[in-house]
Design a protein around this ligand. Structure first.
Ligand code: GLN
Length: 298
């Protein structure tokens, strides 16, 4: 009978072929299958593992050896302190996207009441982080992918946020258009597809619809900015995640639609400009601010 110690040793050895951290990955897969904590795994190394559990670990390790990203192998991943279900229907939440959440939370006071919007919610990661941190807001979350929204729904239920996060299937702001003028709109955040089409191949395991931003990566961001100009009232803080080297181009796209906007740029931990922020102004359609959002001016 194989013990936990035997399995750790064996699977570490095999995982070395695909990862720089075979110890951690082997332990994460083992603890997932055995439904125990890593502390338990280490505390009781001589305990034997049942054959059906060993078979399941084998299968997951084989998937990993074929290049499947660890979060998909495990079926869950952590974002902003929340354990989220992830499948190949959704993008794996990235640590740099936590900066997008931080930026939005700076714009939303702790006791604020009103609406926040998460465009392209995927697994629901950003919407959950926002709703979790601001107990009096409601988040409207949209995604073009029905399969992604199904995962987001499960994640909301997991974290008991289904009452305060509303999910909509559709193109960017379109499905919530009628909601954007009523109530207090506190912030709009979006982590949209921004990878240039030619570079999407290397992210083969993740959904193309979540990554592919067209020839220069900015096709979806431009469409979002058009909708922001057409649908959002003035005075709304907007935060967009962007890819490596895109910040200046996105700033120009913002200014083209919101002339005179004060565009801010936040860096990620690697020093890459990652989040673009601005506040909507009334010049989008040439209408004065007061006409565009009576609720905000009162
Ligand atoms: N951060 C992802 C990557 O570059 C892309 C996510 C996105 O397109 N929004 O791998």
């Amino acid at each position: 009978m194989a013990t936990r110690r035997d399995l750790r040793r064996e699977f570490r050895r095999r995982l070395r072929a695909v990862t720089e951290d075979p110890e951690l990955e082997a332990d994460l897969i083992l603890t997932r299958v055995l439904k125990i904590s890593r502390a338990d795994l280490l505390a009781d190394p001589d305990k034997t593992v049942k054959p059906d559990e060993i078979r399941l670990v084998e299968r997951l390790v084989n998937c990993r050896l074929q290049g499947k990203p660890l979060p998909y192998v495990l079926g869950e991943w952590e974002f902003y302190g929340y354990c989220l279900k992830v499948t190949p229907a959704v993008l794996i939440p990235r640590p740099e996207t936590e900066i997008l959440v931080d930026a939005a939370l700076e714009a939303i006071p702790p006791d604020a009441e009103g609406l926040a919007v998460d465009v392209g919610t995927g697994s629901g990661a950003v919407a959950i982080a926002l709703a979790g941190a601001r107990p009096r807001i409601t988040v409207l979350a949209t995604d073009i992918s029905l399969a992604a929204v199904a995962i987001a729904r499960e994640n909301l239920a997991r974290h008991r946020l289904q009452e305060r996060v509303e999910l909509y299937v559709g193109d960017l702001l379109v499905p919530i258009k009628s909601r954007l003028t009523s109530g207090r709109l506190l912030a709009v955040v979006a982590n949209l597809p921004y990878v240039p089409t030619a570079e999407t191949a290397k992210l083969a395991w993740e959904p193309v619809v979540a990554l592919d931003g067209g020839p220069d990566g900015l096709t979806v961001i431009r469409r979002f900015l058009d909708q922001a100009r057409d649908f959002l009232p003035s005075g709304v803080p907007v935060f967009l995640e962007v890819g490596y080297g895109q910040a200046e181009a996105v700033r120009a796209e913002v200014l083209r639609r919101f002339s005179g906007a004060d565009v801010t740029v936040r860096l990620d931990l690697a020093g890459i400009p990652r989040v673009i922020g601005f506040v909507t102004s009334a010049d989008g359609q040439g209408r004065p601010a007061a006409n565009r959002n009576p609720d905000l001016t009162s």
